[in-house]
Design a protein around this ligand. Structure first.
Ligand code: GUN
Ligand code: ZN
Length: 438
């Protein structure tokens, strides 16, 4: 089969390893006059423009100079039914859930509402340069159907799952251990591995699941070891105390998930803020991934993530927005707030590691680095084109930026959706809307 080839020209940045320091030049490939050759949704070649051009002289060229081309951003924790919860005032976690979030999520029983919100959610992903996300849907099976259907139509590599919750939530937002199991099983059969979709078994958190439900979730994990498992862990002190009352025999919060067999390298644990030494040891042994959610942790007043402490134990941390507890869809803004949180911790997030984190780093955490997160030949053509001069304030600052790291730091601290000049999903331009190579 022959397909149209597309050649993107611009500056290229792709990471090959996690940068060890702010000047670690061995961790990335940077090409000033670079090119990416795309066909059939994949990157066929990456390198210098002249060299790549010779391989496909007939390819249509899209010139993105002087912008910077990078792998599409990956958001490892977000709630798709919370697009109309973001920016809800004045509460910390448990009140915020009861006052704003749960009432809103009941609306997703209506499949047409879920379908509309799924489209709007994916619009936001694209606008902000996010080409893969791991999302919680609502408790309703139809919400996950809507999410995967919308993502498939756009050819996006999206991960998600129907939330499991059978207690401490309003009528209309509770399943049962059996119905949650059956619905998840049916969704896995229908969606996991279909096209670019992947399934995440999603017990919301210990408070909203009975022991019987977590047992069923553990059965799902055992029966589907290639699915992800996502939940929340140790976000807020009242949440931790309530969990201890509900699970009095557990040694600590993580011990609840451990007891039900939920902890594997495919487990994503949102927040993971207030951990004891035993929990950190269990994280290390299990290979489960803590997920840092900076804008959410600040917005809900939850706490300051200990990135260096966990990394020092050999644990791989992911990073995410957690919208609607999070306040921005932008992984750039997420990095900016992450930088500030780590400052308060006396830790440093240098720009090379920051951009590695939201691309290859999150791909590694998901076990998907051979498919997404870099610009290597053979990987899927999810690409973001960044403009560090997107606003007057950024352009003014850029007058005094001389190095790649300085440019990246301007994007990290001042960038948002305005800095996203173009996005390609499986080789299709999303903003100009004119180019399709599939
Ligand atoms: N813990 C349980 N559910 C949620 C949620 O929707 N958002 C956040 N931030 N924490 C949670
Ligand atoms: Zn969350």
């Amino acid at each position: 089969m022959t397909s149209k080839h597309l050649l993107l020209r611009g500056r290229l940045l792709s990471f090959t390893a996690e940068p060890e320091g702010p000047e670690d030049r061995d961790s990335y490939v940077y090409v000033e006059d670079g090119a990416l050759l795309l066909a059939d949704g994949r990157i066929l070649a990456a390198g210098g423009f002249d060299e790549v051009r010779m391989r496909a002289p007939e390819a249509e060229v899209i010139d993105h100079r002087p912008h910077l081309m990078m792998a599409g951003f990956i958001d490892t924790h977000i709630h798709f039914p919370q697009v109309q919860v973001i920016a809800s005032w004045g509460a910390q976690l448990l009140d915020w859930l009861n006052t704003y979030t749960f009432p809103e999520e009941t609306r997703f029983a209506d499949a047409s509402h879920a379908a509309r919100m799924a489209e709007r959610f994916l619009d936001q992903m694209i606008a902000h340069g996010t080409t893969t996300a791991v999302a919680y849907c609502s408790v309703h099976k139809a919400s996950a159907e809507a999410y995967f259907t919308a993502a498939a139509r756009r050819g996006m590599r999206m991960i998600g799952g129907k939330v499991l919750m059978d207690r401490n939530a309003p009528e209309g937002l509770r399943d049962t251990p059996q119905s949650g199991y059956d619905d998840s099983k049916a969704l896995i059969a229908e969606w996991h591995g279909k096209g670019r979709a992947l399934y995440a078994i999603s017990p919301r958190f210990a408070i909203t699941s009975t022991p019987a439900q977590l047992e069923m979730a553990g059965a799902l994990v055992a029966e589907h070891p290639d699915c992800y498992m996502q939940t929340h862990l140790s976000e807020n002190h009242d949440e931790i105390a309530y969990t201890a009352r509900l699970y009095p025999d557990a040694p600590d919060y993580l011990g609840v998930y451990e007891r039900y067999g939920l902890l594997t390298p495919k487990a994503l644990l949102g927040h993971a803020l207030h951990l004891g030494p035993r929990e950190i040891g269990v994280l290390r042994e299990s290979g489960a991934k803590p997920v840092f959610c900076p804008t959410s942790n600040l917005f809900l007043g939850s706490g300051l993530f200990d990135d260096a402490g966990l990394r020092g134990q050999g644990i791989t941390n992911a990073i995410a927005t957690d919208v609607g507890g999070g306040t921005s869809y932008s992984m750039l803004q997420t990095l900016a707030e992450g930088y500030k949180i780590l400052q308060l911790r006396g830790q440093r997030l240098h720009p090379l590691r920051a951009f590695h984190w939201i691309t290859r780093g999150n791909a590694v955490a998901l076990g998907l680095a051979d498919r997404i997160g870099t610009l290597e030949a053979g990987t899927e053509a999810d690409i973001v084109v960044l403009n560090a001069h997107a606003t007057d304030a950024m352009a003014l600052r850029m007058e005094r930026a001389e190095t790649l790291s300085e440019e990246l730091f301007v994007l990290q601290m001042m960038g948002d959706d305005r800095a996203i000049a173009e996005v390609y999903v499986a080789g299709c331009a999303q903003k100009s809307g004119t180019v399709s190579i599939l």
